[in-house]
Design a protein around this ligand. Structure first.
Ligand SMILES: Cc1ncc(COP(=O)(O)O)c(C=O)c1O
Length: 401
């Protein structure tokens, strides 16, 4: 057996089979490239589902982490630490908001947003006790906790995990009329991904997000934007909502906020909204820890320069031009996305998303399929144009062009 086969067999023997990874075992990585245990190099066109927007082991971020490792890494929130205030202030500033509630993973941040919206509903809006409703969209992906899968429409994510958490109304994504009908006086929030990532990089129709903004403002409902995957430069702007000129009431952030080094997530909003919490009502041992804050502060400083957003916009235009050309060949049925983020639907007869991903792996390119026919492309924003072009050439070759 090769080293790869031995390690995969050992993982399969001792790890729950809750993922179906491609058969590659990564040993090191740098920028947009990964190297496996056999010494083969792979171009990373997935970027940890956007957790690696700044590339693997980004020098600035590694230095920030190293410096913090030499000072203090964890205090718990029982005490203050000297990176916390700056992190909260800087992140709120980046979002144009006032307050931050830091946690760790994406799912934990969405859970936090759900609790925030409910508490705001009862304490500020005056919704009767236990009656709060949150409107969400079909095909959403907000994470894997029991509450979050309670409003998933994906049978794989839901089946056999009930009983489910009540209090959610699901409407079709992109359908403003359905959204309008679903909002009642007990609705506390609309929770949406401004672009649905796991669903296959679905961009809603123009006018949808501004329509949701108007509706939520009219009905005194919080607009909660889950920008965990779409935010922090991925689409060519800091937030995907910006493409439609929309500012939500609440941002939910994660993934790239931790610079691909540590899990960092947060809910960011106004003082009116996040001010509803009192000591003891919510928290996390690791949320807002010194190491997380140090890395995230560097991430925020990098985003403040605007250069990553600009690069994503510029290279993204090139990516979509190249992928758009594939759509006319009969081998690809649709290409969606914004910036350095694309969902590519492979035409029937030209391989499933998984088969295309495996063939790309054999050619030294790593991507991941979703929902059968779709391949997602989301390279680190620091990828070189030549590397991206080489990756796209491999895709064309796999599609027989
Ligand atoms: C939009 C969105 N929300 C939430 C999550 C969950 O994040 P995590 O896997 O860190 O819990 C994801 C993960 O893919 C996501 O894309």
């Amino acid at each position: 057996m090769t080293t790869t086969e031995t390690l995969i067999a050992a993982a399969e023997a001792h790890s729950a089979h809750n993922y179906h990874p491609l058969p590659v075992v990564v040993a090191s990585a740098d920028g947009a490239w990964m190297t496996d245990v056999e010494g083969r190099r792979f171009l990373d066109l997935l970027a940890g589902y956007s957790a690696l927007n700044f590339g693997h082991r980004n020098r600035r971020l590694v230095e920030a982490a190293k410096a913090q490792l030499e000072r203090v890494t964890l205090t718990s929130r029982a005490f203050h630490h000297d990176r916390y205030a700056a992190f909260c202030e800087q992140l709120a500033g980046l979002c144009g908001m006032e307050m931050v509630l830091p946690v760790n993973t994406g799912a934990e941040a969405v859970e936090t947003a759900v609790k925030t919206a409910r508490k705001w509903g009862y304490k500020v809006k005056g919704v009767p006790s236990e009656m709060a409703k949150i409107v969400v969209a079909g095909n959403n992906f907000h994470g894997r906790t029991t509450t979050l899968i309670s409003f998933s429409t994906d049978p794989e994510a839901r089946a056999d995990f009930g009983p489910y958490t009540p209090g959610f109304e699901i409407v079709p994504y992109g359908d403003l009329t359905a959204m309008r009908s679903a909002v009642t006086e007990n609705t506390v929030a609309v929770l949406l991904e401004p672009i649905q990532g796991e669903a296959g990089v679905l961009v809603p129709p123009a006018g949808y997000l501004p329509g949701v903004r108007e509706l939520t403002r009219e009905r005194n409902v919080l607009f909660v934007a889950d920008e965990i995957q779409s935010g922090l430069g991925r689409t060519g702007k800091t937030f995907a909502c910006e493409h439609e000129g929309v500012v939500p009431d609440v941002y939910v952030l994660g993934k790239a906020l931790g610079g691909g080094i540590v899990p960092v997530s947060a809910v960011v909003s106004s003082a009116e909204v996040l001010g509803v919490f009192r000591p003891g009502e919510h928290g996390s041992t690791f949320g807002g820890n010194p190491l997380a804050c140090a890395v995230a502060l560097e991430v925020i400083a990098m985003l403040r320069t605007g250069e990553f957003q600009a690069r994503s916009a510029e290279l993204g235009e090139h990516l979509h031009r190249e992928l758009g050309a594939l759509a006319g060949t009969g081998r690809v049925t649709a290409v969606r996305g914004r910036g350095l983020w694309a969902g590519v639907d492979i035409a029937p007869g030209h391989g499933t998303g998984r088969e295309v991903s495996e063939k790309l792996m054999d050619r030294g390119v790593l991507v991941k399929d979703t929902h059968g026919a779709t391949v997602r492309i989301a390279p680190p924003l620091v990828i070189g144009k030549e590397d991206l072009d080489w990756g796209l050439a491999q895709l064309r070759a796999v599609l027989g062009m």
